[in-house]
Design a protein around this ligand. Sequence first.
Ligand code: C2E
Ligand code: CA
Ligand code: CA
Length: 626
Amino acid sequence: MNNVLMVFLVFVLLIMLILNYINITRLRNLEGLKTDIEKRYNGALTNASEVLWEWDLETGNFFATEKWRELMYDDIPKYMEISYIDRSHINPEDRERVKNDTTAYIYGKADCLRIEFRVTHQDGKEIWVLCKGQAIRDAIRQTPILSGSIIDITEFKKAEEQVKFLAYYDTLTKLPNRTHFMERLKEEITGASIKNSSLALLFIDLDNFKNVNDTLGHNYGDELLKQISGKIRSILRNEDIACRLGGDEFLIMLTNLQDNSYIIKCAEEALQILNNMYEINDKQVYISGSIGIAIYPKDSIDPNGLLKNADAAMYKAKEAGKNKYIFFNEYMLKGLERKTKIEGILRSSIKNNELKVYYQPQYDIKTGAIIGIEALLRLNSKELGPVSPAEFIPIAEESGTIVELGKWCLRKACEKNVYLKRKGLKFGCISVNISAIQLQHNDLINVINEILDEVGLEPKFLEIELTESVLMKSMDSNINLLNELKNIGIKVALDDFGTGYSSLNYLRKIPLDKLKIDRSFITDLTSVTKNQEICEGIIQMAHNLGLQVVAEGVEKKSQLEILKEKQCDSVQGFLYSIPLADDELEEVLQANMEYLEKNKMTKKHAFKYTALYSRMSQLKEKEAEV
Ligand code: C2E
Ligand code: CA
Ligand code: CA
C-alpha cells in the first residue's frame, strides 16, 4: 500500500514539475512577446512622422516621442509648464497665441486644442507645425492629463499660401488682385465711416497699351505691366494700396484723407511716371495713362459704386484726350449707362435686324458722274432709336464687336455691289471702312477673300478705307498687309487725311490708290485761306504720288468751286447726296446712268476711270525706279 502511495506521490510531483516547466516556458515566451511588441511599438513611435506627447498637468510630468527633437528643435523636457513656450524655438510672433490657446483649453474655455505655429531652427529654416491635444478629465483628479500630437504641416502651408496668393494676387505684377482690393476697400470704407475721414479710388487705364502688345508682342506687354506696377507702387505711402484690376487697368486706394491735395499729388505723379519712355529688352516703349477719381463718401459710400464711378471718370479722361486725370461727377454716369446699353445692343444688332448699310456716292468733280460709293453703317435701335456711327463705332471698337459688324458690313456691301453691277449700273468701286481692330486680326485677308468668293465679286470693285492713325500705328506689318490686298486687286483709300500725323515720307511707301481729305478742311474752305493752301498742297502731293483725291463733306457750291480750281478729282458730301438707303441708292444710280447716256458719257466715263488708274500705276512705277 505504501509503495502504491509512493508511486502516486512521485507521479503527482512529476506532473507538477512538467506543468511548472510548461508554465515557465509559456511565461518566458510571453515575456519575449511583450518585449517584442514594446520594441516594435517604440520603433513605430520613434519613426512616426508625428510627435506623440502626454502632459500631466498636476505633476507637470511630460512625455514625448523622439520626433519632438526634430519638430520642436529642442530636447524633450521632463516637466512642462506654460512658460516653456517662451524658452522654446516657437516663432516669437506666434508665442502669445500658443500660450493663450493652450490656457483657454486647459481652463475649459475652448472646445479643442488645435494650434498652428511656426518653429524656427537655428539655421533660419522655419517649419509650420500643427499641435492637437485632448484632455482626459475625471471626477477624482482636479487637473486633467493632456495628450496629443504634433505634425509638420510646412508643405501644406506652402500650398495654402500659394492658393491664397493665386486667389488674392496678380501673378504677373505681384500686386493684389481685384478680389483682394475690393475686400480691403470694404474694410477701409467701414474704417473711414467710423473715423469720419474720406478715401479716394484712382482708376488707371493705360493709353494705347494694345499697340505695345500688337506691335511688340505679349512678352513686351507683360514686361511693361511689371515695370509700371513697380513704379505705381513707388509713388505710394505704405498705407495706400495698388492693385491690378486686369489687362492694363490698375486701381489705387488712398486712405485717411482730409482734403484733395494728396489725391492730386498722387494723380499727377502717376501721370508723370506713366507718360514716359520704358526700356524693354533694348526696345523703347512710350506709354501714357488716363485716371478717373472717385471719393468716399462724396461720390459713393459703396465699394462697387466707387469703382463704377472712378471707371466713368476714367472714361471721360480718355474722351478728353487721354494722359489726364478727372474727378468723377454725377453727370458722367448717364454717359456710361448709355455706353453700356449701346454695347449690349450692338452684340445682338445683326440678329435683331437693327443694323443697315447706307451708301454715299462719290462724284467726279469735272463730269459730275458717280465714280465710287462709300458704305456706311447705320444703327437703328428698337430701344434707343437711331444711334450715330460717331457714337457706336468707337463703342464697337472698344468692345470688339466691330470685328463681327465690320465683316457683316463688308459682306452686305459686296453683295450690293454684285447686285447693282448685274443690273448694269456703273459706279466704280464700293468702299468699306476697316477699323484698326479688324486690321489687327490676322485673318482679315482670309475674311475678305472668303466674302469675295462667296458673293462672286471681282476684287477690283472693292475698296477699303483706312484712317491715317490706324496705318501709322504698326506701319511695317500694315504695309505688308496692304501689299497683300493690292496683289489680290483690292483698292485702298487713306481716310480722314490731314487729321492724323502721317509722315509724308511714309506716304510714299504705303501702297494706296486714294486720299480722302478730311471734312474739317473742307468745312472752312471758303473762309480760311490756310485751309485752301492745305488742300492745294495735299492734292498736288497726292497727284505727284499717283493718288486720286476725294474731298469729304462737301456741302456748298462755293466749296466745290474751290476744289475744282485746286484740281481735286472727286467729291463726296451732302451737296450731291447724303448717305442713301438701298432703294434710294438704286434710284440715284439709275439717274446717273441716264445722265451718262444723255451726255454720251458711258464709254467716256469708263475710259476716264481706267485711264486714271493707269496714269497712277505709271507714276507708281516711276516712283519705284527713283
Ligand atoms: P467717315 O468714314 O469719315 O465717313 C464719312 C462721314 O461723313 C459719314 O458719317 C457721312 O455721313 C459724313 N458725311 C458725308 N458727307 C457729309 C457732309 O457733307 N457733311 C457732313 N456734316 N457729314 C458728311 P457717318 O456715316 O456718321 O460715319 C461717321 C464715321 O463712322 C465714319 O466716318 C467712319 O469713320 C465710321 N463708320 C461708319 N460706318 C462704318 C463702318 O462700316 N465701319 C467702320 N469701321 N467705321 C464706320
Ligand atoms: Ca470713310
Ligand atoms: Ca472720312
